[in-house]
Design a protein around this ligand. Structure first.
Ligand SMILES: [Zn+2]
Length: 294
């Protein structure tokens, strides 16, 4: 039977796994103070960890923590026996061991790269590690291994991640807006990409022939208009030429009239000739009359 706290721990670990990639077997890094307190309260650490984490776990302790338990002899024999159960986590302080809490903090690092769960009884260390998001922490309390609530830094980061997940659409929108802002360049690239594709080129060839025809058809009216304009201009020129010819023809009749004027002169000459003839006839008549009178 799982208690409410166990179910709460399970949910908490699930959130850590979703948010920060925490995976089983959970790697629990224990410090010296935790071993001391567990020994003091006579806890079976393996059993307590199984209750708390309800899954496979691996337990680590740094060399500095072991040295601290031995050096100061603060840890009882039981505490040292508890520490011996754990795997040794190598740290860079083998030749010059440092305080257990400082060593744990350095092993965790600024980002808890190896996804350690910290089991520490040192409040100062836990307070320091709360600033790093994604670190589950446990400590001994009331003959139990208790898991801390999520730190504010962890909650904030998870909220940001959730917001980012929810905001993927907004990101896409922003990307789309950016695409639209730079949209004039991207379609050109697409056209360049479509170019080399043979199928698309064939389709374009199939599609393009009607287009030039359409263009021709579209251009043909313009050409017709130009032709009409040319024809009209030619017609105008022809009309002008005709008018000029007509004007010339109109001027010629004047000449003809002048010739006609000359013609009546000829007529007058004929009249004169007739008159001369008449005079001749008259003279002949006069001569005849004269002869008759004689
Ligand atoms: Zn160390």
């Amino acid at each position: 039977m799982r208690t409410k706290t166990q179910r709460a721990y399970k949910r908490l670990l699930h959130e850590y796994s979703l948010g920060f990639g925490l995976r089983t077997p959970y790697q629990i890094l224990v410090d010296a103070e935790f071993c001391k307190e567990a020994a003091k309260q006579k806890l079976d650490i393996n059993v307590e960890f199984e209750k708390t984490f309800q899954d496979q776990t691996r337990h680590f302790i740094t060399e500095c923590s072991v040295q601290e338990l031995r050096r100061h002899n603060q840890g009882s024999f039981e505490a040292q026996q508890i520490a011996k159960q754990f795997e040794r986590r190598r740290c860079p302080h083998t030749h010059a061991p440092i305080a257990s809490t400082d060593c744990v903090a350095q092993v965790v690092g600024p980002t808890n790269e190896y996804n350690y769960i910290i089991a520490s009884q040192d409040e100062a260390l836990r307070e320091k590690l709360r600033a790093i998001p994604g670190i589950p922490m446990v400590y001994v309390k009331a003959h139990m291994v208790v898991m801390e609530h999520m730190s504010t830094a962890t909650k904030r980061l998870l909220e940001e991640k959730e917001a980012e997940k929810k905001g993927l659409s907004t990101r896409e929108k922003n990307q789309v807006s950016k695409m639209l802002h730079s949209g004039e360049e991207l379609p050109k690239k697409k056209k360049k990409v479509k170019g080399p594709n043979p199928l698309s080129v064939k389709k374009k060839k199939k599609s393009t022939p009607p287009l030039p025809k359409k263009k021709k058809n579209e251009a043909s009216p313009i050409a017709n208009v130009e032709k009409k304009r040319k024809h009209e201009e030619e017609d105008v020129e022809q009309k002008k030429n005709n008018e000029e010819q007509q004007e010339q023809s109109v001027t010629k009749p004047d000449l003809k009239e002048k010739t006609e004027d000359n013609i009546p002169k000829d007529g007058e000459q004929k009249k004169k000739r007739r008159r001369r003839k008449k005079t001749k006839h008259d003279k002949e008549e006069v001569k005849q009359e004269d002869q008759n009178e004689l």
